[in-house]
Design a protein around this ligand. Structure first.
Ligand code: LMR
Length: 398
């Protein structure tokens, strides 16, 4: 009966994590999945989260179903983080926000919404992008295309090509954008480039869908939301999926949000209703624990301030690792340019290693990165960085 079912080849990122866990090499280093490890190589529990957890645990409260859209405080937290506290569009009720099962859940509900209400729309993703973007939209029967983004040869963005491509798209086609810390390249647009992109989107009546999974890891909380807030200022309709996996270090709690910015409050109410309906038929309502953590940290001024500081500490440690890696590699291979390492933002560096070089790093040194050459810089620390740099220098010299 099930013989005709295809085997699943596994996920290129999550599968790598399993392979890493099974590796007996005592020197192994995990630079695959986008997870922040601290200076001791440990996945941190943020202090603000510990405080929130203590409040949740005392007294231990009953666990009713949450509303389909999740906790109001979770939704408010998403909105204020993305659009700014007191933003006019929030006061005017123009944003429909639901709490979601991580950023992936937000993308899934958004993709289903687009499939149902904009059936003619295609979705265009950057070349390259996070693999799950394609899988999620195609899985919702939305046709996916790619727009030019990363220039491997020059470690830069194919900006003019990208803009020319956007100009060929049809009204209401969806463009999936990374407002900060592009995954997998780490290469972001400047604010002036965002302005140009958004002007083209406006002129051609395209739909921007911004997926922000690393807010706070690039410039800062507000700077990383530049594209989102600029789109709002320009009066564009807008989808935003956001994730708290990385910036609250709450990976397994699966907490995120989906926000849709609408031209009128009436439209926002309709959209909110349909998002609820979509949630009901996919998973009914989100889980409560992570939602409570988000609610507490985002809505308590002192905890929020502490949280921002903790995110910036993670950001700064990653930046320090970039500088160190660059300087060690430059010393070892002086004829090669490693400037790209410090021009990229967030957790990832697109190293330009060939799949064979990535494979050698894994088999010879137990160093894991994604086969497209993406390295999670947040897996580096002062104890393993020389080992990694030496190994990279070794495979690059061949
Ligand atoms: C990543 O890109 O490594 C993360 O977003 C984790 C994932 O689910 O792929």
């Amino acid at each position: 009966m099930f013989e005709r079912i295809d085997y699943y080849a596994g996920d290129p990122i999550l599968g790598l994590m399993e392979k890493y866990s099974a590796d007996n090499n005592p020197n192994k280093v995990n630079l695959g999945i986008g997870i922040y490890y601290d200076e001791s190589g440990v996945l941190p529990v943020l202090d603000c989260v510990k405080t929130a957890e203590a409040r949740i645990a005392d007294p231990i409260a009953p666990r009713p179903y949450l509303p389909m859209a999740g906790l109001p405080g979770h939704r408010k937290g998403c909105q204020e983080l993305l659009f700014g506290k007191g933003a006019q569009i929030l006061q005017d009720g123009l944003v429909a926000t639901i709490a979601t099962i991580g950023g992936s859940g937000a993308l899934k509900v958004g993709a289903e919404f687009i499939h149902e209400w904009f059936p003619q729309s295609k979705c265009y993703v950057s070349d390259p992008t996070w693999g799950n973007h394609i899988a999620i939209f195609e899985g919702s029967d939305v046709e996916v295309g790619k727009y030019p983004y990363y220039d491997k040869a020059n470690s830069s963005i194919k900006f003019d090509e990208m803009i020319a491509f956007f100009e060929t798209l049809n009204k209401h086609d969806v463009i999936l954008l990374h407002p900060c810390c592009h995954n997998p390249t780490g290469m972001d647009l400047t604010q002036a480039q965002w302005d140009t992109v958004l002007n083209v989107i406006k002129a051609h009546e395209l739909i921007p869908f911004m997926d922000i999974a690393y807010q706070g890891f690039g410039e800062d909380m507000d700077g990383d939301a530049y594209a989102i807030r600029k789109a709002v200022e320009m009066g564009l309709p807008l989808f935003v999926s956001n994730s708290f996996s990385k910036n609250l270090s709450l990976y397994g709690e699966r907490v995120g949000g989906l926000s849709v910015v609408c031209p009128t409050a009436d439209e926002a109410e309709r959209v909110f209703g349909q998002l609820n309906a979509m949630v009901r038929r996919i998973y009914s309502s989100p889980p409560s624990h992570g939602g409570h953590v988000v609610d507490i940290v985002m809505n308590d001024d002192a905890l929020h301030e502490q949280w921002v500081g903790e995110v910036y500490a993670m950001r700064d440690r990653i930046k320090a690792m970039r500088l160190k890696l660059k300087s060690v590699l430059e010393a070892k291979i002086p004829n090669r340019n490693f400037d790209y390492i410090t021009r990229q933002n967030g957790m990832f560096s697109f190293t330009g290693l060939t799949p064979e070089q990535v494979e050698r790093l894994q088999s010879k040194y137990g160093i894991y990165m994604v086969s497209n050459s993406r390295m999670c810089v947040a897996g580096l620390n002062t104890s393993n960085i020389d080992y990694v740099a030496n190994a990279m220098a070794d495979v690059l010299k061949d």
